[in-house]
Design a protein around this ligand. Structure first.
Ligand code: PMP
Length: 366
């Protein structure tokens, strides 16, 4: 059995797989209305919203694009908070749609600092929207979303668009209480289902912005999708089988209880970190910034990530993700989101220590 410790897609629990092949229902029928209602009701607590949850059939990047095109018109000013690869992607999406993007970058491996964000808003505002990644999967950094939202709210009336792709379902998100306007996530990570749907939570201010103008769009229109969902359907043919899987997945998460799910992820991150440092390995990120869902591990000089990943898979059946950006060759990332057992994390840490030791001692054996 492989030990899949990537940051998604992940193997789905058996009930999720079974639900997704149960037989397709028509998205204009009563069965679908019930399914959609159950899924959106079930997801709300994980977004921390009482508002609209819009299931777009696309990957997470599609959800990010949906957030941008509904809230930002070409030429409008956007502040993109970038702590890594996915923060920069959000900025690129906005730029592709003609926004005038100011990037605030922090070094990869560090979290955003709300005081710095406040400073940028004062010095360079006003902005139509602020883009922020909650959990930066590329480095394993958890950004202080609540405090960032607080800073944005106090300093401006910019819309807050959140990439919650690797956080929603594993890390608390209180969209309404924190004042975020859009939170984007995906089915294939902490939500335990197959890839194919990007559930997007859109608050009243975001819907009003889209009704007012927003950017050019057709498929990704928030107001039309919100109206359709209210009527128990979607604007266009959805990935029905993925929604069926997601329905089963959300039931599993709700049975476990959101607080228990969040605690399990926090605990896993701390446990893995202890194991790694105990084995002489160094997590990239400081403990106070560390993500509950993914941990990047620094590799010693001369031990490249590709060689580590290859040997881990071949010799140990452990799949990890490679590094990104400046840390591409020098880190691997171990995922701990969704369903996993502690002994799988232990096995991954031990296999990594063995692999690093082997490659450091015998570079020729690569
Ligand atoms: N944002 C974050 C934080 C991610 O981790 C990912 C995927 N790893 C994405 C966006 C993009 O998601 P997708 O591959 O589903 O488009």
């Amino acid at each position: 059995m492989e030990n899949v410790r990537t940051s998604g897609p992940l193997p789905v629990p058996e009930p999720v797989g079974a639900a997704s092949v149960r037989g397709i229902v028509s998205h204009r029928g009563e069965g679908f209305r019930r399914l959609l209602g159950d899924v959106t009701d079930g997801l709300r607590p994980f977004f921390g919203t009482t508002g609209a949850v819009l299931p777009f059939t696309c990957s997470g990047t599609g959800g990010m694009e949906a957030a941008v095109v509904n809230c930002v018109a070409p030429g409008e000013r956007v502040l993109a908070l970038c702590a890594g690869y996915f923060g920069e992607r959000f900025a690129a999406v906005a730029r592709a749609h003609g926004a005038e993007v100011t990037e605030h970058r922090v070094p990869w491996g560090r979290a955003l600092d709300p005081a710095e964000v406040r400073g940028v808003l004062r010095a360079a505002g006003p902005f139509r929207a602020v883009l922020v990644t909650h959990n930066e999967t590329s480095t394993g950094v958890l950004n202080p979303l609540r405090e960032v939202c607080e800073a944005v709210r106090e300093e401006s009336d910019a819309l807050i668009l959140v990439d919650g792709v690797s956080s929603v379902g594993a890390i608390p998100v209180e969209m309404d209480a924190w004042g975020a306007d859009v939170v984007v996530t995906v089915t294939q990570k902490a939500l335990l289902a197959q890839p194919g749907i990007s559930p997007v939570a859109a608050g009243e201010r975001a819907l009003a912005a889209a009704r007012g103008r927003g950017g050019p769009r057709y498929y990704f229109d928030f107001p039309r999708m919100a109206d359709a969902v209210t009527e128990g359907t979607t604007t266009y043919t959805p990935a029905v089988s993925v929604l069926q899987g997601l329905d089963a997945a959300v039931r599993l998460l709700r049975e476990e209880g959101p607080e228990n799910v969040f605690r399990r992820h926090r605990h896993a991150a701390r446990h893995l970190r202890r194991r790694l440092t105990g084995l002489g390995l160094s997590p990239l990120v400081a403990p106070e910034d560390a993500s509950p869902t993914v941990t990047a591990v620094r590799l010693p000089a001369g031990v490249p990530a590709d060689a580590v990943r290859g040997r881990l898979e071949r010799e140990h059946g452990v799949l990890v993700a490679g590094g990104r950006g400046p840390w591409k060759a020098d880190t691997v990332r171990i995922g701990h989101m969704g369903v996993f057992r502690e002994d799988q994390l232990d096995a991954a840490a031990e296999a990594l220590a063995e692999t690093v030791g082997h490659l450091a001692a015998a570079p020729a054996a690569r």
